[in-house]
Design a protein around this ligand. Structure first.
Ligand code: ADP
Length: 396
């Protein structure tokens, strides 16, 4: 079964073609609608020379993708594709699982209004529906895995009518990643998911944690939007909400400007004044720059507090699972985070931590009460699996 996975970002299109579980080819169209757009393709893991392209919107990018797949002989035509899986950021509370795309998904107001940066997804879906009208198209939501949270975890203590009227509540994001790594952790621990409790740490430019009890998410750090939770590259994470009207008044900021300040100028970048890229901040901290050091400490501490809270909620934590850019590639930050958890009885093996880069592995020391794993996330693969499951069920 040939499944095409599509991930539309605000100015990019990433796609991967799977034949069963095998990745056949993939590609990336960058800078859509800008000067300097380019299309990079991989065929059976070999990278082709990127091509400069002119691409005004995501519909054109979808056409470029299809032409590339045919040119690389991965397909004879679009009709060879058995199903298409689209990554959709926000599913609201309506979608607790991946679903076949219909008008309901396309008009889902929460997806459209709360994830304005991700509107490109809908352009991508419409373009695929036009190009492959008979092929099942599946939406795989970043929010779906977190829909098992109980009301006490997802309800904000605001007047209740805002929940009723606007569906304002915690949703959580990176669900496909948290689901994949929690399932994979169970495999590596040789336990069925229902027998273990894990805390998953998706630490990238955007970061979130999830408390997963017996295979089901019971809490997660992001909220109505991906701004909440731990400190991130450019996002502030949890702050005192009273700061927002205070700063808006003092600095005369509009809601849009305030939103940009919280999403794009805060976090590691805001505190360090260096970069949102942890590699640069670590380098500066090592050279003795105090604010770079402070930014790393604020980042690690915000994560430690969530781990502590989730451990308390779970009662027993079998494993911490690190994933995404920072979780997979930074022994420095893994060590910094784990060292600040004295109450948990968790110890790293320094050598294993140092050697486990962008690959799976256990990195805890013998005698550690909580196991620690690194698992590279595979969101595309997971979306392909979910797409296959939903498309097969729809055929029956
Ligand atoms: P995104 O959230 O955009 O998908 P990734 O999960 O790829 O991002 O993570 C990207 C981030 O990971 C970078 O901004 C950088 O801060 C961090 N990162 C990548 N490699 C390292 C490393 N070796 N050490 C520290 N941080 C790293």
């Amino acid at each position: 079964m040939l499944v095409l996975v599509i991930n539309c970002g605000s100015s990019s299109l990433k796609y991967t073609l799977f034949s069963h579980d095998q990745e056949r080819g993939s590609g990336l169209v960058e800078k859509i609608g800008e000067a300097g757009a380019r299309h990079t393709r991989w065929v059976n893991n070999a990278r082709r020379t990127p091509r400069a392209v002119t691409v005004a919107n995501h519909e054109q990018a979808i056409r470029l993708m299809m032409d590339g797949l045919v040119r690389d002989r991965l397909l004879a035509s679009a009709s060879d594709i058995d199903a298409v899986g689209h990554r959709v950021v926000h599913g609201g509370s309506q979608y607790t699982d991946a679903t076949l795309i219909d008008r309901g998904v396309l008009n889902n107001p929460i997806g459209r209004e709360l994830a304005p940066l991700h509107q490109a997804v809908y352009t991508g879906i419409e373009a695929c529906l036009k190009m492959m009208p008979r092929t099942p198209q599946v939406a795989v939501f970043d929010t779906a895995f977190h829909q098992t949270m109980p009301p006490k975890a997802f309800t904000y203590a605001l007047p209740y009518r805002y929940y009723r009227e606007y569906k304002i509540r915690r949703y959580g994001f990176h669900g496909t990643s948290h689901k994949y790594v929690s399932l994979r952790a169970a495999e590596l621990l040789r336990q069925p998911p229902r027998k273990i409790n894990v805390i998953t740490l998706h630490l990238g430019n955007g970061s979130s944690l999830a408390a997963v009890r017996q295979g089901r998410c019971v809490d997660t750090s992001m909220g109505l939007t991906p701004l909440a939770g731990v400190v991130m590259g450019t996002r502030c994470g949890d702050i005192d909400p009273a700061i927002i009207p205070y700063l808006m008044e003092r600095e005369g900021l509009t809601p849009r400007q305030m939103d940009a300040l919280l999403n794009k100028q805060s976090g590691i970048l805001g505190v360090s004044g260096v970069s949102n890229d942890l590699r640069e901040v670590i380098a500066q901290a090592e050279q003795g720059r105090a604010r770079a050091r402070l930014a790393l400490e604020v980042f690690a501490y915000s994560i430690q507090k969530y781990i502590g809270a989730y451990h308390a909620v779970l009662g027993r934590t079998d494993a911490l699972v690190f994933t995404a850019g920072i979780g997979e590639k930074s022994p420095y930050l893994r060590k910094m985070i784990v060292q600040g958890l004295p109450g948990l009885g968790v110890k790293l093996d320094a050598g294993k931590n140092r050697r486990t880069l962008s690959r799976e592995g256990f990195i805890h020391a013998a005698g550690s009460r909580v196991k620690v794993l690194v698992i590279p996330t595979r969101e595309e693969y997971m979306i392909a699996r979910e797409t296959r499951r939903v498309a097969r069920a729809a055929r029956r």
